[in-house]
Ligand binder design. Structure first.
Ligand code: NAD
Length: 249
């Protein structure tokens, strides 16, 4: 089957589905200049062990080290801009062809692109909170303290350590994951974009859905069950799919 055939099938699946969600991973944001975890050569796993660096134990036992390792790449995420794939998903939502986006990403790019229904199952970098009294602050509050030499950043109210509102390794998942699970259990079509589908429990979401499409540079464990698998860059796939649906970006 040619690439063009696959795009036409994807467009037909979207048109024929009465309930479609997208599930996105780090791969949708690589074209915005943010490295993913597992791409060979460029993935973050090659340089550091995120399971250790971005974990609750490191935050509790070495908070200054935690911020030294993580803050630089988190600050990079905050300044990134959406790419064609993020904009296309926002456009599909506006056209009534997509119910929402479930993302593992913490970069906030779906909202920046205009998507309104977004479940950020691994949290976000817009806010942070106190580990002791739970007082909430904008994420910049934490960054400004770090930049002025206060490490670890502390709560203004009780002086305990602050933590970002991302889901760290060893954290339980938040409400967004359970909302996403409920939404997916009723949906017809799930378009998985840029995820290696190796991080559980998010990787189990396709099990709930009738039809799954995979858009990913590399094979995933779910390929064998998918309606179609498109091993191409997400930006190109969505530009071509919108064009097959006669939708301008
Ligand atoms: P992953 O790194 O495990 O997998 C990403 C997949 O995307 C890879 O299989 C890769 O081949 C593919 N890919 C890369 N660029 C692509 C492109 N342009 N088009 C299509 N496919 C592309 O990512 P994951 O499954 O999301 O799991 C990693 C965890 O890392 C997630 O929990 C996520 O929270 C976190 N993470 C987030 C960010 C971010 O917020 N942007 C970045 C890195 C890691």
């Amino acid at each position: 089957m040619t690439y063009k055939d696959k795009i036409q099938i994807l467009a037909n699946l979207i048109k024929g589905s009465d309930s479609t969600f997208a599930l996105t991973g780090a791969g949708i944001s690589t074209e915005s200049g943010i490295p993913d975890f597992r791409s060979p050569g460029t993935g973050l796993w090659e340089k550091t062990d995120p399971m250790k660096a971005a974990s609750v134990s490191t935050l509790l036992f070495d908070p200054a080290g935690f911020y030294k390792i993580n803050l630089k790449w988190w600050a990079g995420l905050s300044s990134a801009q959406p790419n064609a794939a993020h904009y296309a998903l926002a456009r599909l939502e506006k056209e009534g062809l997509l119910e929402g986006v479930i993302t593992q990403n913490i970069d906030g790019l779906h909202r920046k692109a205009g998507s309104e229904k977004v479940w950020e199952v691994h949290g976000n970098l817009r806010t942070c909170r106190c580990l002791n009294c739970s007082e909430s602050y904008p994420f910049e509050f934490l960054v400004n303290q770090f930049d002025s030499g206060i490490n670890p950043p502390r709560c203004e109210v009780c002086e305990a350590i602050l933590r970002p509102d991302v889901v760290l390794f060893e954290d339980p998942l938040g409400d967004d994951f359970y909302h996403a699970e409920r939404a997916v259990s009723k949906c017809h079509l799930l378009i998985v974009v840029g995820s290696s589908l190796q991080v559980y429990p998010v990787a189990s979401l396709p099990e709930w859905v009738k039809q799954v499409v995979i858009i990913n540079n590399e094979p995933t464990p779910w390929d064998i069950n998918a309606e179609i698998v498109i091993n191409e860059k997400a930006g190109k796939v969505f530009t071509d799919t919108l064009s097959a649906l006669n939708i301008d970006i």
